[in-house]
Design a protein around this ligand. Structure first.
Ligand code: GLU
Length: 286
């Protein structure tokens, strides 16, 4: 009898604890008990955001400053979460450490030309997409290369852990792939003829081609051969955080802040701001 009562009390306690654990788990809107991204933003008023540091127009670091379209999108998301731009800690990421940075909590968000795909969705959650890029080739201005089908036997430079490098391996296995940790390392090799092409998203390549130091030297082939929807990466179980980020993107599409982010960065090249199609936002893993 006594044993039974002790067991019952223990069970009730376990149940209460279990319920408390469930209650706050990833649910963003319940005031101060909010967990995950929303909870951290509310309680600490700061965020750590993983971005690229060497991609002009998108994520470029000069001294302690970061600038580019991804940086502006990050500021919009932070603001929507109640965090001032000055309270964002920028953390440089490379393509290959984005999932581990999110999984290990090194960063709260990744906004870094980060393609949403099923393989990555096994490890992280994605809000967005906020932009759709496409894989392309950067070649010397006088190169006869016309597209990925012409890469057989040619040397092509890309980045470890990126979708463009994977696509070369699977779809164009006769190309000789050289991989580095970031795309900017490919550019001197292209300039001095050590590689025949650099491959990644068209919007990234366009940023390199437009840099003063390479003026007139390179061209983007201009025939994109994939779809790269850029997402905002966060912890896999943080559905509420993901939904909140999508909500913020939706608002930004409607109130002109998304367009302003484009116009002040990539739009400076004269390219009109893309439409952020809010009907295509992810379902945050549900
Ligand atoms: N969007 C592609 C990816 O996420 C290429 C750009 C990058 O490596 O950041 O892999």
């Amino acid at each position: 009898m006594r044993i039974k009562r002790v067991a019952a009390v223990a069970m009730a306690a376990a149940l209460t604890l279990g319920m408390a654990a469930c209650g706050g788990d990833g649910d963003g809107e319940s005031g101060s008990s909010a967990k995950g991204l929303v909870g951290k933003a509310q309680s600490q008023k700061k965020l750590v955001i993983g971005v690229k540091a060497d991609q002009p127009g998108l994520g470029l670091q000069t001294g302690s400053q970061y600038e580019g379209f991804d940086i502006e999108v990050a500021k919009i998301i932070a603001k929507g979460l109640g965090v001032d731009a000055g309270n964002i800690e920028w953390k440089t990421t490379v393509s290959n450490n984005r999932e581990p940075f999110i999984q290990q909590g090194t960063v709260d968000l990744v906004i870094a030309t980060y393609t949403i795909n099923d393989e990555r969705k096994q490890k992280v959650n994605f809000a967005g997409p906020y932009f759709i890029a496409g894989q392309d080739l950067l070649v010397k201005a006088d190169s006869p290369l016309t597209g990925p089908e012409a890469l057989d036997g040619k040397t092509v430079c890309s980045v470890t852990g990126s979708t463009p490098a994977k696509r070369i391996q699977t779809d164009h296995p006769k190309a000789k792939l050289q991989q580095f940790d970031s795309y900017s390392k490919c550019l001197p090799l292209l300039e001095n003829g050590k590689v025949d092409a650099v491959t990644t998203d068209d919007i990234i390549l366009a940023g390199y081609a437009a840099q003063d130091q390479y003026a007139g030297k390179f061209k983007v082939v201009g025939k994109p051969f994939s779809s790269e929807p850029y997402g905002i990466g966060l912890k896999k179980d943080d559905k509420a955080g993901c939904e909140k980020v999508n909500e913020i993107l939706k608002a930004a599409a409607g109130d002109g802040t998304y367009k302003a982010a484009w116009d002040s960065t990539l739009g400076k090249s004269g390219k009109a701001a893309p439409e952020l199609d809010t009907t295509k936002l992810t379902n945050c893993g549900s």
